[in-house]
Design a protein around this ligand. Structure first.
Ligand SMILES: [Zn+2]
Length: 275
């Protein structure tokens, strides 16, 4: 009798434990907080070497893996033509400045993002990638034009203090390229920068950039493309820019957010500035 009772108690405890574990796992899966844990990431690097694409992998890969992401790294845009790889991807991180995207590569990338795979990156690796490809630029929501004055001291202003990507981050100053970009006016801007110098003379060149004093240009934004989430930050000419805690924090939060297109409810990111 005693033995049966003990067995019964043991079974009850086991079942209760199993139930609680399942609930716990379920709870994690439905947790609203974006996470890279268990996510499949395709990291594509290459293009213009001045932006140190290989070093960008060295900086970010350990951080992604430490958060539990399954990361596959490619040094070729042909990764976008691998349908199975793209179908399984939760997030594509691209650091590829300039270069060209073939029709097949573009179609593979677009199809994945339209179906919910996120696309994220920084600086020229996402925002100055394929200058002749308007379909790509439509997806990203902006295109680099110039960095007046080269690397300058400037301030990044957090304009959306409520969004989880920028929440708690204060305005900060840094010395790096200050990107002047063409922008889709419907993206959801989270941070901006103001061009506040009298002139932006380039070293060794006689001319002065077009008068831009007072111009405000987005630095960090998010948007949707189909079911996919797109996140961009224009900071990152030097990999040391990511040593600034605010820069790395926003970037990692943006990567997490972008990885959730297949799991969390869609957000309306359309924020028209002309109405
Ligand atoms: Zn640069």
């Amino acid at each position: 009798m005693t033995s049966l009772k003990t067995k019964h108690t043991l079974w009850t405890v086991t079942l209760l434990f199993a139930f609680l574990s399942q609930w716990h796992v379920h709870g994690q899966k439905t947790n609203k907080k974006p996470s890279l844990n268990g996510k499949n990431i395709v990291f594509v690097y290459g293009g213009w070497k001045g932006h140190k694409p290989a070093e960008s992998v060295d900086v970010f890969l350990p951080k992604l893996e430490a958060e539990g992401a399954n990361v596959k790294v490619f040094n070729s845009l042909d990764a976008y033509t691998d349908k199975e790889l793209m179908d399984d991807a939760d997030l594509i991180i691209q650091t590829w400045t300039m270069g060209n995207l073939s029709k097949e590569q573009l179609n593979g990338l677009r199809r994945a993002v339209l179906n919910g795979t996120g696309l994220a990156g920084w600086h020229g690796g996402l925002g100055d990638s394929f200058r002749n490809n308007i379909h790509y630029q439509f997806m990203v929501g902006g295109q680099f034009l110039s960095h007046p004055g080269g690397q300058t001291e400037h301030i990044v202003t957090i304009t959306n203090k409520k969004d989880p990507i920028t929440k708690g981050i204060k305005d900060f100053q840094l010395k790096t390229e200050q990107y002047y970009m063409l922008i889709d006016p419907n993206i959801q801007v989270l941070a901006t920068t103001t061009f506040d110098r009298d002139s932006y003379k380039k070293k060794g060149k006689a001319g002065i950039e077009n008068k831009i004093t007072g111009s405000v240009i987005p630095v960090v934004w998010k948007k949707n493309y189909g079911k996919g989430r797109v996140f961009y930050s224009s900071i990152g000419h030097n990999m040391t820019d990511f040593n600034i805690p605010q820069v790395m924090k926003m970037q990692m939060r943006g990567l997490r957010w972008a990885s959730e297109g297949k799991y969390l409810p869609a957000e309306n990111t359309i924020s028209p500035i002309y109405k």
